[in-house]
Write a protein that binds this ligand. Structure first.
Ligand code: G1P
Length: 270
């Protein structure tokens, strides 16, 4: 089993639920206190020991590329803003918004045969654990040597926004996944355990992506590829220790901004 050295960060989604905020800027560039969302995602990857980053962008996401230009980072700033060593970042463009599985497929050349981490470009985490959420997932992958995805309990009214798994709980935080369904009607959901924006995948996933037909909302869904994979091989869900902020809606973005501001002493009056 190889070390997880690479992360793929899909950041090509349209951000329609954040209009008009995202008419002229990508949701990944919305500020959370004093950094854009994508900065936190890259920090999360670095905390998991990642050395190489591929960000998948689409139309209108050029500011994400500009943000990571190296001349924007002097070494003090790197440290002040969370990077000891600035990771290698590459970009690839998804030509059309055809779904998360199609976006991941754009990473095929970058990934090669290695297992890799996937962190969604609009999802950030906090944790009280000594290990960042992505690190927890990488460790869980190392212990099982099988694909593993972050999962968490989802409230009934939110189930329609998530991939939902069906499986068997095999230990404190681990689920053996038997099935998965993308954004089900709550009455048809197999459980309340939702896919929570972080994955460690093996390059086998591309074989399942190749066989996909269009799924929910006419898009190629990663959840459908994982479902097919789980029918043939072990795929695990991992209940991480921490809190997830999905910056997909205005409410969540505001919630994240307030929580991060409260947690950042720089912005507290003396
Ligand atoms: C994606 C995935 C979904 C997952 C969710 C987590 O959906 O397709 O399975 O539960 O991210 O945020 P999206 O939010 O891109 O619609």
């Amino acid at each position: 089993m190889g070390k997880i050295r690479k992360v793929v960060i899909p950041a090509a989604g349209l951000g329609t639920r954040l209009y008009p905020l995202t008419r002229g800027q990508p949701k990944e560039m919305l500020p959370i206190v004093d950094k854009p969302v994508i900065h936190y995602v890259v920090e999360e990857a670095v905390k998991a020991g990642i050395e190489e980053i591929l960000i998948i962008i689409g139309r209108g996401k050029e500011s994400v590329i500009n943000y990571f230009d190296s001349n924007n980072f002097d070494s003090n700033l790197d440290r002040e803003y969370g990077f000891d060593k600035f990771p290698e970042i590459f970009f690839v463009r998804q030509k059309e918004p055809k779904g998360l599985a199609d976006a991941i497929n754009c990473a095929r050349g970058f990934v090669g045969e290695e297992p890799f981490l996937v962190l969604l470009g609009d999802t950030i985490y906090t944790t009280q654990s000594k290990d960042a959420v992505a690190k927890q997932l990488v460790k869980a992958f190392e212990s099982k040597d099988a694909p593993i995805i972050a999962v968490e309990k989802i409230g009934q009214s939110e189930i329609k926004y998530y991939g939902i798994i069906d499986g068997k709980k095999v230990s404190d935080r681990l689920w053996l996944i038997k099935d998965a369904v993308e954004k089900p009607d709550p009455k048809d959901a197999p459980s309340n355990m939702g896919i929570a924006g972080a994955y460690v995948l093996t390059s086998d996933i591309f074989n399942y992506i190749d066989r996909l037909s269009k799924g929910k909302n006419g898009e190629y869904q990663l959840t459908d590829a994982l479902k097919a994979m789980a029918k043939e091989t072990e795929v695990y869900g991992y209940e991480f220790e921490g809190r997830r902020y999905d910056i997909g809606t205005k409410e969540r973005w505001i919630d994240a901004f307030i929580e991060f501001a409260k947690g950042d002493k720089k912005f507290h009056s003396k």
